[in-house]
Design a protein around this ligand. Structure first.
Ligand code: ADP
Ligand code: ADP
Ligand code: MG
Length: 479
């Protein structure tokens, strides 16, 4: 019987992982909740197990996911990103059930999932970071600690959920008098979102770049990196566009930050693939966190190195050591990932869930990679995130990459939900973007990106499609 691997996720990332499993000649087991019953990830897998009505609670239910693996005979689980991917209890439950968890060991997830513990481990290893506190006390005592911190280091400061993730539970405090109000709210929100009301402070870096490094470690102590990614273009502390390598940094800066990431991973006893995140400002960089999982934007690192990160993750988890060394990794060209979300950028990126994709046509051709799960007739469930498809484009030079992005975005026809595509078309025409100048304040400082003709897209796209079908004799759908 073939080895089976269960994919404890949905959407585009489930399909990405299923592809790697099938290429390795294993069988892929999907799981799904009722709102996902028409999801493409079910059709891509070799078999699928229904785990409950959801929404979300069953994808997050450790017992049900383990039971699905046992029922199907899967001997390993890939958690993807989100849901249970960074849940140490889930990794522990797999370990206890004798199922291979495709990721780091549970104790490493425990340490790194707690931002205060992670900072302590990194400080001991001499990794640079901005000043910060331990967990603050509850109530007025905590506010007082924060007041002292603000006096010592100056404003702005960041109030962060210790167990936080996904850009949530982060508040920027501009002045002392705002502390009291934010403090109670931050604790309550952290409790509601992460089941833990611990919060701590970091000095804020003003207009930093978000730079991260993809690392891969085997059990024999070999740790390599796949270079840098610039993920500065964000909304609400969440990434929208990711670029590899972070070419605005000098080669020396890229090398220094990559070496520091390897050192950080080693200090944490890291195994499997992970991402070390830094803030970068004025030539200096500061450790932010380690994400103990596959990242949405891993595709850009794959494009510039040729390494299949998911294939590698599976092989490492199955007990193989890395067959490649750092010297085998050569960074070439540029890659950009744009998250095509069913969202209305003009309306604060409000999700467009519930809508049906009436027409779906995607770009192709040289240097274009798509990771999605969208098809014509698909009704986007309202209860999950709004990512429809990731467009990853490769080009030799930055200029060529931007040209290819423009062509690819223009070739997309998505009719039904609003998407981030018209916003990205504006973005790639922006002189700062073209010059590679971006930091985490980019959206706030480039409000003109939100000026585009709304329905020009709908009507024009349809007209364009009809014209193409007309002159190409109906072959406009061909890939
Ligand atoms: P999460 O776990 O939610 O990803 P991070 O700690 O990685 O949280 O921070 C997410 C984003 O918030 C960063 O990419 C950055 O834009 C912003 N951020 C976090 N900490 C700081 C800081 N000390 N100074 C400035 N910006 C920060
Ligand atoms: P494979 O599955 O082909 O045996 P490994 O699992 O050993 O490869 O390596 C993981 C990833 O590294 C794959 O994406 C593979 O294509 C890539 N790779 C393997 N050998 C090299 C090499 N010498 N240089 C660069 N990349 C390599
Ligand atoms: Mg982060």
């Amino acid at each position: 019987m073939k080895t089976k691997i269960l994919v404890a996720n949905r959407g585009e990332i489930a399909i990405r992982i299923i592809r790697a499993i099938q290429e390795l000649n294993y069988e892929a087991v999907a799981i799904y909740e009722t709102p996902d019953r028409d999801s493409m990830h079910i059709r891509s897998a070799d078999e699928a197990v229904w785990i409950g009505h959801g929404p979300r609670c069953d994808y997050l239910n450790i017992d049900k996911v383990i039971a699905a693996a046992q029922k199907s005979g899967a001997t390993a689980i890939h958690p993807g990103y989100g849901f249970l991917a960074e849940n140490a209890d889930f990794a522990r439950a797999c370990e206890k059930a004798g199922i291979i968890f495709i990721g780091p060991p549970s104790d490493v997830i425990d340490n790194l999932g707690n931002k205060v513990t992670a900072r302590r481990i990194m400080a001991e290893a001499g990794i640079p970071m901005v000043p910060g506190t331990q967990n603050l006390k509850a109530g007025d005592e905590g506010v007082q600690e924060a007041v002292e911190f603000g006096k010592q280091y100056g404003y702005p400061i960041m109030l962060k959920a210790t167990a936080g993730g996904g850009g949530r539970g982060i508040r920027k405090i501009e002045q002392e008098k705002d502390l009291k109000d934010h403090y109670a709210m931050a604790r309550a929100e952290a409790k509601a979102a992460f089941g833990d009301d611990s919060v701590y402070l970091e000095k804020a870096v003003v207009k930093p770049k978000h730079i991260e490094v993809q690392i891969i470690a085997d059990k024999s102590g070999t740790t390599i990196h796949l270079g840098t990614r610039d993920c500065s273009i964000q909304r609400r502390n969440q990434k929208l566009v990711e670029i590899a390598p972070a070419f605005q940094l000098t080669p020396e800066q890229q090398e220094a930050i990559s070496q520091t990431a390897v050192k950080a991973a080693k200090a944490a006893g890291y195994f499997n693939a992970g991402t070390v995140e830094f803030l970068f400002d004025n030539g200096k960089f500061y450790f932010m966190e380690i994400n103990t999982r596959l990242q949405v934007e891993h595709t850009v690192s794959e494009m510039i190195t040729g390494i299949d990160v998911v294939r590698t993750q599976i092989k490492l988890a199955m007990g193989k050591d890395l067959s490649i060394k750092q010297e085998d990794i050569h960074l070439r060209g540029h890659a950009v990932e744009m998250r095509i979300n069913a969202e209305d950028p003009k309306n604060n990126f409000m999700p467009e869930g519930g809508k049906t994709v009436r027409v779906y046509r995607s770009p192709g051709g040289y240097g274009v990679r798509l990771d999605g799960f969208c098809y014509q007739g698909f009704t986007i469930p309202q209860v999950y995130d709004s990512l429809l498809v990731k467009l990853t484009v490769f080009g030799w030079s930055w200029n060529e990459t931007v040209d290819r992005l423009r062509r690819s975005l223009n070739n997309f026809v998505i009719i039904g939900p609003k998407t981030t595509i018209p916003f990205y078309l504006n973005l790639i025409n922006d002189p700062d973007f073209k010059a590679g100048k971006f930091d985490t304040s980019f959206l706030e400082t480039h409000e003109h990106l939100f000026n585009y003709e709304e329905d020009s897209s709908e009507v024009n796209k349809l007209a364009k499609l009809i014209a193409e079908i007309h002159c190409k004799g109906g072959n406009a759908y061909a890939a």
